[in-house]
Each structure stands twice: as structure tokens, then as C-alpha cells.
Design a protein around this ligand. Structure first.
Ligand code: MG
Length: 381
């Protein structure tokens, strides 16, 4: 599934770790079945080596309101001393070493998944550092045929369909994902409206954010089958019994998708055996770039990898890079809602043309945030 080889050679010694909790209350937020996001918190991590080279990563921190400072404190209190002075060639070595030394600690404090989010952001930062140190872009390092990644329009609120679907169709997007699962308006009604607005040849997807029981999911999906959604995301809880997933997969013709709340290759593979057809690893929540690429090498050809992402331009470019590496079968989520952390933090780097976003041509994985914007968005809470 992957076209390139990952040929890490240089030995890099970690000399500095710093977190940047940021936030914006500008823009508008997606409305999810599990709640709204009153402001958008985010957490960046910068890792430096002993030559002064650096890498940026993003640790998932959309909620709750102070998820970013919570995880920044954990990095400072627990992780940092384990990173300083550590030498590696392949970022996977760091993830493995941290797991070996700290997984039981995080199990004990009941924050194993918080640990995964932090490991994901660290892996992203180490890919950025390693490639910048080597002087190559991700596209060149992986030997990709193109520096453009396919994207889809995500998290379109029901009241914004008439504005955002035509706008994104104009940018070349052909896949549109809707948030559904709300009590106040019928799911089928939203999907019907979106289907009318979407250009011929394009597809609708739906995301109900784990809000349905098996019986609710069966009914809701049956009601929208006529619109032929490309996939239904998190139609059940990620931790629902496998028998429920199997039953739902058999009951609907709509391909089932999930991944933002699945941790580890084994769990992803188990879910594909239960009938999941579209895997959505989130580069800032589990595994980082390494985990997603390793997953892509492991799954069978009939399973799609469409990276999940909702955050800043830093993680967004990493997620797009995964799609580009996986190839033509992969398309990456891009939130359509106004969010300056995506559109201003690193400059105008998520410009969508022909349904695609261009990856950085400079050495590294991501576009570094500008100092001015880091100051502008520095968290005051
Ligand atoms: Mg989702």
C-alpha cells in the first residue's frame, strides 16, 4: 500500500522539549452529537536536537476546554526527562522506548489514552525533526509521485449545507461529510438536502460520533441508504461489542468507518474483521505518522485508510502526508469550519485546489508555526 521506503540513517540526540498550549475563540465550531466546542484549544510540541535542528508536532487536545494545558503539564512533569539525551534514528524507537518505560505508569494513573495522544504528537515532531535534519521533504523521503494530497470536506453543520457544499465543490472536493445524530433534526433530512446540493459524481458521508445504540444505528442507516453514503463514521461506540459491529455491518449496505477512538494496530485489525471498511487513524491521537504508515502496511487492500483530523495546520499537514503516502485510495479529512489555527497559524498552507492540498517542499514534515501567530494564539487560560 505504501510506495516509499523509510530509510532513516542519521543518529539524532534529543536536547530540548517545549510545549505550546494555544487557543482561538474566533471562527465557528462543528456541532457534534457529543457536544460543541466553545473555543478551540490545541497543543503543539517542539523537539530540538543537539545541533539546533527542530521538529513540530501536535498532541490532540480538542476537549475538554483545558485539555491542552493538562497534557502540556504531563509532558513537562513525566515525559520530558525521558526524552532529553535520548538518541535515535527512526522515530519508532522513541515511541517504543517511552512505551516500555511509562505505559504502566499511565495505566496506573488511568490516562493510557492521554499517553497515546502525547506519543502521537511526539512521533509527529520527531518525523519533522528527522526529515529537516536530513534536508528532505516528506514527499522526497517517501519517494512519492506527487506532492499533493487528496482531501475531503468534513464536519459540515446542517445549517451551513447551502453555503459550504457549493463552496467546497468549487475547490474540487467530491466527498462531503455531515455531522448527524442530533435529536432536533432528522438524519435523513440532512442527508437528502446535502445530496441535492452535492454535484453529480460526488459522495456524502455521515458521522454520528458514537451516539447510537445498535438498534438506533440500524434504523438511522436504513433511512439514509437510498442516498448511498460513501461511509458511516462511528455509527456505534468504538468499544461496542464486536458482535454489535458485525451485526450492523451485515444489516447495512453502507460501509462502516471508525478510527479516531481506536488505539493500536491489533485493535484496528480486529475491527476490520468485525466488518469495518474504512480506517480513520488520527495522527495526533494514536501512533503519529509511524503508526498510521505501519497500519497501512498491515491492512488488506480492500480496507481503506482515510486519516481523521480536526485541529491545527501542523497536524493537518501530517495527516495529509499520510494520505499521500498511502496513495490514491486514501483521502484526508479537512474541517470546513472557520478555524484560524488551521488557516493562519502556519500561514496560508492549507489551500485546497482540485480537491487537493500541496505538501511542504521544504525539508521536514510540516510547516512550522510562525512566532507571531504562536504569540497571538498563546493560551491565556
Ligand atoms: Mg468523527
Amino acid at each position: 500500500m505504501l510506495s516509499g521506503e523509510m530509510n532513516f540513517q542519521d543518529t539524532i540526540r534529543i536536547a530540548g522539549v517545549k510545549t505550546f498550549p494555544i487557543r482561538t475563540s474566533r471562527g465557528n465550531s462543528p456541532k457534534m452529537a457529543l457536544g460543541i466546542m466553545p473555543t478551540r484549544p490545541a497543543l503543539l510540541i517542539k523537539i530540538e536536537d543537539n545541533s539546533g535542528c527542530y521538529g513540530w508536532g501536535e498532541i490532540w487536545a480538542n476537549f475538554p476546554t483545558r485539555a491542552n494545558t493538562h497534557k502540556a503539564n504531563i509532558v513537562e512533569d513525566v515525559i520530558e526527562t525521558n526524552l532529553l539525551g535520548f538518541s535515535f534514528s527512526d522515530p519508532r524507537e522513541v515511541q517504543e522506548a517511552l512505551r516500555n518505560s511509562l505505559a504502566i505508569f499511565f495505566l496506573h494513573i488511568g490516562q493510557s489514552q492521554v499517553f497515546e495522544h502525547i506519543l502521537a504528537g511526539i512521533d509527529m515532531a520527531l518525523w519533522d525533526l528527522t526529515l529537516r535534519h536530513k534536508g528532505v521533504s516528506f514527499t522526497d523521503f517517501m519517494g512519492l509521485p506527487s506532492s499533493w494530497a487528496q482531501s475531503y470536506a468534513s464536519s459540515i453543520n446542517a445549517e451551513d449545507l447551502g453555503r459550504l457544499i457549493p463552496l467546497h465543490a468549487g475547490m474540487g472536493h467530491t466527498y462531503f461529510k455531515l455531522k448527524i445524530g442530533f435529536v432536533e433534526h432528522g438524519n435523513a433530512h440532512i442527508v437528502e438536502n446535502a445530496s441535492k446540493l452535492a454535484p453529480d459524481g460526488s459522495s456524502i458521508m455521515v458521522d454520528s460520533n458514537q451516539s447510537w445504540t445498535l438498534e438506533q444505528a440500524k434504523v438511522a442507516l436504513r433511512d439514509i441508504e437510498e442516498y448511498e453514503p460513501y461511509f458511516a463514521e462511528e455509527a456505534l461506540r468504538a468499544d461496542a461489542p464486536l458482535s454489535d459491529w458485525e451485526e450492523l455491518a451485515k444489516a447495512t449496505i453502507i460501509p462502516l468507518a471508525a478510527g479516531e477512538n481506536i488505539y493500536g494496530i491489533e485493535d484496528f485489525l480486529t475491527m476490520t474483521q468485525a466488518g469495518l471498511k474504512v480506517l480513520q487513524p488520527d495522527v495526533a491521537k494514536w501512533g503519529g505518522v509511524s503508526g498510521a504508515l505501519d497500519l497501512a502496511q498491515t491492512v488488506s487492500e480492500d480496507v481503506l485508510i482515510w486519516p481523521h483530523f480536526m485541529g491545527t495546520a501542523v497536524g493537518q499537514v501530517a495527516a495529509l502526508s499520510i494520505s499521500a503516502a498511502v496513495g490514491k485510495s486514501s483521502t484526508c479529512e479537512v474541517d470546513v469550519n472557520d478555524n484560524p489555527l488551521r488557516t493562519e497559524l502556519c500561514g496560508d498552507v492549507i489551500a485546497i485546489e482540485g480537491g487537493q492540498v500541496e505538501l511542504p517542499s521544504d525539508p521536514g514534515l510540516v510547516h512550522p508555526p510562525t512566532i507571531r501567530m504562536l504569540t497571538t494564539f498563546a493560551d491565556q487560560i
